[in-house]
Write a protein that binds this ligand. Structure first.
Ligand code: FAD
Length: 535
């Protein structure tokens, strides 16, 4: 087997891995850094076009072949579960929305024992990462690699939606990323000059020519070789050939919330009893590896629109040609808009301290209730999705064999918790209130999904269970904590292993209130700092 050597090995060039690669390669000039990525280049043109989401989200060449296991509270459906397999990882196929969450989320992490991860301590890393033009400098960054922009064009129906929510009493918020999230506005996006600005664009591409850095694409890490509590080497496969990387200093596992616990498990780090069942010798008993999986589960409400044109009509025939022309030559128009253009962070009950639901509005509607693959309708329409921000339901990720190519079992247990069921029903009712308030109601003909016949709480829950879906935010499967049963400690080191860290979305001890890219990016900035400071 051919051997390679390096000081630091990063597994996964995704949202987190690209950050770690950049920070290490830029500072450790005399050390060697290798990054292994299972996917290839991001040259598919739909990756770059903000409205290209539907062409990449289930694209087999850009994705891991994952589905959830059926769970009883979501009608025993097996739900498709996209995860990016390309440089930039899921940040190359995601919905572009930049949402940090609430200050209370991180203060909550701290209260769970994650000292040093409260809002005050994570804010400098959010700021370091980003460039936010016209942001309030006390909370927003000015010169980071991530470009956080506003929509270049706001559809009139999106403006009407925001005005309606504001008049309803959930006020416009000029910056939902300031720590104080409640309100409504257009979404901030990871878009630069009307093109996706992924972690690969922001962090990886600038270091590709560094002498001390090597990116090895299309290579699957399939085993960490552990000896006396130390990772000595990592095995990977590229074009049916196997290689061994010998490690001088550390391995950084950034393979995401599904693959990180999976790779640990098939390498013998996990729950002894479970590992033995699948023929893996347990080398380090760490029972929480793969546990505590949480995700955002969303449902959609759609309206037939009148008196205004929507993206439905613009997405066909000559209208579409016109939009393509505008995008290519002027970088304007419908194709510059991500899948959702406006959001609401709201409380379903006034006595709550913080918003507990998020809405995602689009001046477009789909031919079926299934997210992602469905085509836009011919007649004018609009859609508002709703998700619970901090679900209590949790599940797991479990290896089903000792082979890296066999997808693990992903059991998110959506709507397992009674409180989650109640919240999703309240969320749907709140969206309905927006649609029936002025001025938006003047543009609505009738609700097409789920439709006016679905009205009691029981019917709404049934609709949510039958038709909801992931909005792609798995976290928690390598939980960070100060307790011994946590998978990683507060410096993101795997408990009981000397030279292995996990730096990705899997370390989140609790769900953040919103889309998970920004939090993952912050974790990667902070995690890189621990390595640079030798902590
Ligand atoms: C369709 C979709 C839409 C989303 N929309 C949004 C959004 O609008 N806003 C938002 O904030 N968040 C969104 N997210 C979530 C966000 O993108 C993720 O939270 C974030 O990318 C997680 O980062 P990560 O580094 O943990 O994992 P990833 O970004 O998934 O990176 C993991 C990387 O590791 C590689 N890898 C895995 N296993 C191996 C292996 N064994 N060997 C080598 N390489 C390996 C993968 O190929 C991948 O490149 C979305 C996600 C998806 C999938």
């Amino acid at each position: 087997m051919e051997e390679l050597h390096c000081d630091y090995l990063i597994i996964g060039a995704g949202a987190a891995g690209c950050v770690v690669a950049n920070r290490l390669a830029s500072k450790f000039k005399n050390l060697s850094i290798i990054c292994l990525e299972a996917g290839g280049n991001d040259n598919n043109p739909f990756i770059k076009i903000p409205a290209g989401f539907s062409k990449t989200v289930y694209n087999k060449k850009l994705n891991w072949p994952y589905f959830t296991s059926p769970s009883k509270n979501s009608y025993n459906r097996s739900i498709q579960f996209p995860r990016g397999r390309v440089i930039g990882g899921s940040s190359s196929i995601n919905g572009h929305l930049y949402v940090r969450g609430q200050a209370a989320d991180y203060n909550g992490w701290s209260q769970l024992g994650c000292t040093g991860w409260d809002w005050e301590n994570v804010l400098p890393y959010f700021k370091k990462a980003e460039t936010r033009i016209n942001g309030d400098e006390s909370v927003r960054g000015k010169s980071g690699p991530l470009i956080i922009s506003d929509l270049t064009e706001v559809h009139p129906l999106t403006e009407i939606f925001i005005d309606t929510v504001d008049k309803f009493g959930i006020k416009k918020n000029i910056d939902y990323n300031s720590g104080s999230q409640e309100g409504t506005s257009t979404y901030q996006n990871m878009i630069k000059n009307s093109s996706r600005w992924s972690a690969a664009d922001a962090y990886l591409k600038p270091i590709l020519k560094n002498q001390n850095f090597k990116l090895i694409k299309n290579s699957l890490a399939f085993k960490l070789l552990l000896n006396k509590n130390k990772i000595e080497s990592v095995l990977f496969e590229k074009k049916n050939k196997r290689y061994k990387v010998l490690i001088k200093k550390e391995v950084i596992l950034s393979a995401g919330s599904i693959n990180t616990p999976h790779l640990l498990q098939i390498s013998g780090i996990g729950n002894k009893e479970e590992l033995e069942k699948i023929g893996v010798r347990c080398l380090h008993h760490l029972p929480e590896v793969g546990q505590n999986l949480k995700d955002h589960y969303a449902v959609r409400i759609a309206m037939r629109a009148k008196g205004i044109s929507t993206y439905n009509e613009k997405s066909r025939g000559l209208y579409l040609l016109n939009e393509i022309f505008k995008y290519i030559f002027l970088k304007k128009g419908m194709l510059t808009t991500p899948v959702s253009s406006a959001g609401v962070f709201a409380k379903t009950k006034s006595e709550l301290e913080n918003p507990n639901v998020q809405m995602l509005f689009a001046p477009a509607s789909y031919q079926s209730v299934n997210v992602g693959t469905a085509k836009l309708e011919k007649l004018p329409g609009m859609t508002c999705g709703v998700t619970q921000l901090r679900p209590a339901s949790k599940g797991w990720v479990k290896a089903v064999s000792n082979k890296a190519i066999d997808p693990p079992e992903i059991q998110p247990n959506y709507l397992d918790n009674e409180f989650d069921k109640q919240t999703i029903v309240e969320g749907i009712k709140l969206v309905r209130k927006f649609f029936s308030s002025s001025p938006l109601k003047d543009y609505c003909i009738e609700e097409t999904i789920p439709g006016k016949n679905i009205s009691s709480d029981e019917q709404l829950l049934n609709y949510a269970q039958k038709n909801g879906s992931t909005i792609y935010h798995p976290i928690g499967t390598c939980r960070m904590g100060s307790d011994q049963s946590a998978v990683v400690d507060l410096r993101l080191k795997v408990n009981g292993v000397k030279n292995l860290r996990v730096i990705d979305a899997s370390i989140m001890p609790e769900m953040v209130s919103g889309n998970t890219y920004a939090a993952t990016n912050m974790i990667a900035e902070k995690g890189s700092d621990f390595i640079l400071k030798n902590e």
